[in-house]
Design a protein around this ligand. Structure first.
Ligand code: FAD
Ligand code: SF4
Length: 682
């Protein structure tokens, strides 16, 4: 690759020509299921969604998975491309990039035994850990028919105007189920030894090549690491990569880990570029371009992967949800202006698993491009915003962008509110990026900042403002327990901000999300330290040579704990059941491996010199000795100003957003969404 001498990201911004595909740069928007097809005006929505990314100058967009037949869909209403399909959805996607330099590739994904219906299929009738349905084992004849379905869907894709197809061979879907010994018990020509197991993908690539002709780009997404017991070995993976090239693949994309793996692959505790080693191994085995994926969220990280020869392209899915203009800002060397994906999964993957449409915590406009249109304010107003947490900052710069004159009051010396505490949790260091972006936007939109200034009702109602937005957030709830004022009892905010020292024996009152964070803060890496690959690999038993079966060794069952921590949960439901869907399991697993007991059905009676006295659900009175008690028992909204303003100035419009509006659970996603929504209409 000949880097351009003028670019800050010479490798990332270099064009690439493969087969018929001419890419303007090396940035690829990876496949993401958005569920926009389930909304009203689905074609317009998906078109607006991809159009925004094409206008943002990404080189290639890979669509969410499209099944080559009906039984391969992820769920009943997921899209497929069959001969009698309605093609308007696909035409809308192709039209989304027309007139731009961005290319679009359709991903062919057969869900195999991950499909959420009883008729799901697989090489063998072995149920996946994450699905309740036992798959039907495909007959040999059905396998040949499935291969033909791939070919005919690819040919239709070419005719519709897509520039390439990607054959999804990773993440534990059907193709992966054939290639790994743990899911393939077949005794016919599609099972048994390595040759039999890889026959299915190789026949698919050949059939697709035959159907689309020699000049149409085929990407094969290879499972670079299965991360399950009984997955392919490293040598088998390399041999499959070589055979895929020989069979007709033009580019190899890499997938990491099956959905049922117990190794996190995309969440914020995975180091940035943490899987590049697996892409590099494949790149060294083939002559075609290789794409790296997962946890690549800045142009610097992407450039370092390409510049160090680990890969030729980078796939970034969620970062393009977070900022459709990622590629353009990279070209313009405006990396500091990129709204960075913080790998929280809260509004993208969690939404999909809850059967909702995907959007983004830091960019709630994602997927709603048709509805959330930024218009200049017809009557610019003087707006006072109280509180510079996630809600207040977002409201302030978005309202200012529309032409309002905005003053933001913050009692503290720094911006961020609760986010400044959250960023100290190991693994949540990505929150820094959110703060950096919000701060840059406040500067750009020339919001007047009044730091170290506790806003009062008199100040707000004195005539300087037309409307007031209260984003004053939350304060930790202090339960009414005798002895809670004792000097060894602290709120989570005091501990996380470093204001309170913590002893050896710790009791945490509460077992919600903040209590789980607190365990990581007390027992995990040093506060505010990004995860490293060495630590991550040690924690999850990764084989960094990628040679062993599934790419991993036996995982250690215990993590070293430098304190003795006990969690007290008032209810008797399963601990951690309220944690987020796609990351909760990682946190429950960690707390368990740290050996932290969670006592459920507990009522704290009092705290004194002897210890913390509590009753069990059976009514037994017990005592736990401690050095420090940390209270993580929820929050209360701070909204005293609202009552004062409503009584002193009843005609002054007052809006309440974020934690101040609803403190039942700490949630930046709701705070940012509510703030953005109000800013669009005020
Ligand atoms: P806050 O963040 O509370 O901000 C309110 C601000 O208002 C404060 O800065 C305060 O000083 C200021 N203020 C109050 N009164 C006045 C006044 N009269 N004048 C001037 N200023 C005033 N959320 C997630 O979605 N995902 C997570 O993973 C996550 N992890 C978290 C981990 C921890 C440890 C913590 C503490 C929070 C976490 N959160 C998380 C929650 C998230 O940070 C909050 O939901 C979000 O910040 C709430 O934003 P807010 O703007 O409503 O309020
Ligand atoms: Fe990234 Fe979180 Fe947005 Fe998903 S919701 S795209 S993980 S920032």
């Amino acid at each position: 690759m000949m880097p351009s001498p003028h670019a800050s990201y010479p490798h990332l911004l270099s064009p690439l020509a493969v087969s018929n595909l001419r890419l303007r740069n090396r940035m690829v928007m990876g496949a993401m299921h958005t569920r926009l097809e389930s909304m009203d005006r689905p074609n317009e929505r998906i078109q607006a969604f991809y159009r925004a990314r094409a206008e943002g100058e990404v080189g290639l967009i890979i669509t969410g998975g499209i099944s080559p037949n009906l039984v391969g869909r992820m769920e009943d209403d997921a899209p497929a491309l069959t001969c009698d399909a309605d093609l308007s959805w696909h035409r809308a996607i192709v039209a989304a990039v027309s007139g731009t330099d961005t290319k679009v590739c359709m991903q062919l994904l057969h869900a195999g035994r991950y499909a959420k219906f009883a008729a799901c299929v697989a090489p063998s009738n072995l149920r996946a850990r994450i699905n309740k349905f036992i798959p039907h084992a495909l007959t040999t004849q059905e396998i040949f028919k499935t291969i033909a379905d791939y070919a005919s869907a690819a040919s239709l894709a070419r005719d519709i105007g897509y520039h390439a197809v990607e054959i999804m061979g990773s993440e534990g879907y059907l193709i992966n189920e054939f290639t790994a010994p743990c899911t393939n018990n077949r005794t016919d020509e599609f099972g048994g030894d390595f040759e039999g197991r890889i026959r299915f993908p190789i026949e698919i690539i050949k059939a697709v090549r035959e159907a689309v002709g020699p000049d149409f780009a085929i990407i094969y997404r290879i499972s670079a690491l299965d991360l399950v017991d009984g997955g392919m070995t490293g040598d088998e993976t390399l041999e499959l990569a070589r055979r895929a090239e020989l069979a007709g693949a033009d580019i190899l994309n890499t997938g990491i880990g099956w959905h049922e793996s117990d190794v996190p692959t995309v969440s914020h505790n995975v180091p940035r570029a943490g899987w590049a080693y697996a892409a590099r191994r494949i790149k060294e085995a083939v002559t075609i371009p290789v794409m790296a994926s997962n946890r690549i969220n800045s142009p610097e990280v992407a450039e370092s992967i390409l510049g160090s020869g680990h890969a030729d392209l980078v796939s970034m899915a969620r970062p393009l949800l977070a900022d459709p203009d990622f590629a353009r800002k990279s070209r313009l060397r405006q990396s500091q202006r990129i709204n960075t994906c913080i790998a929280c999964n809260q509004a993208c993957l969690d939404n999909i698993f809850k059967h909702q449409t995907a959007t983004c915590l830091v960019n709630p406009r994602a997927g709603r491009e048709l509805d959330w249109v930024m218009q200049p304010a017809p009557h610019p107003k003087r707006l006072a915003v109280v509180g510079a947490g996630a809600a207040g900052m977002n409201f302030a710069f978005k309202a200012a962008e529309r032409g309002h004159q905005v003053t933001l009051f913050e009692a503290a010396a720094e911006l961020g509110g609760q986010l400044r505490l959250a960023r100290n949790i190991p693994g949540k260091t990505e929150f820094d990026e959110m703060l950096r972006y919000f701060q840059a936007r406040l500067n750009e939109e020339k919001v007047t900042l009044r730091m170290n200034c506790t806003a009062t009702a008199e100040q707000l109602a004195g005539g300087d403002f037309d409307e007031v937005v209260l984003a004053s957030g939350v304060r930790p709830r202090q339960p009414d327990i005798p002895g809670i004022q004792c000097s060894d009892v602290h709120g989570y905010d005091q501990v996380l901000s470093g204001a309170a020292a913590v002893g050896e024996r710790v009791i945490i009152i509460g077992a919600g999300a903040i209590a789980y964070d607190m365990v990581e803060f007390l027992l995990g890496e040093a506060p505010h330290t990004p995860p490293t690959l060495a630590d991550f690999a040690a924690e999850y038993g990764l084989d960094l040579s990628a040679q062993s079966a599934g790419g991993r060794f036996l995982r250690t069952q215990c993590l070293p704990a430098r304190r003795q921590v006990t969690l007290l949960q008032r209810s008797d439901r399963r601990p951690g059941s309220s944690l987020a869907l796609t990351t909760g399991w990682i946190r429950r697993d960690k707390v368990q491996r740290f050996g932290v007991p969670i006592l459920t059905g507990v009522t704290t009676q009092r705290i004194d010199d002897e210890g913390l006295h509590y009753t069990t659900i059976e009514g037994k009175l017990l005592t736990l000795a401690f050095d420090t008690v940390i209270v993580c028992a929820g929050q209360e909204p701070i909204r005293e100003l609202e009552a004062q303003l409503r009584s002193s100035s009843p005609t002054l419009p007052v809006h309440v957003i974020g934690g101040a509006d609803n403190a039942t659970e700490l949630d930046a996603k709701r705070a940012i969404e509510q703030a953005s929504h109000l800013a669009l209409k005020i």
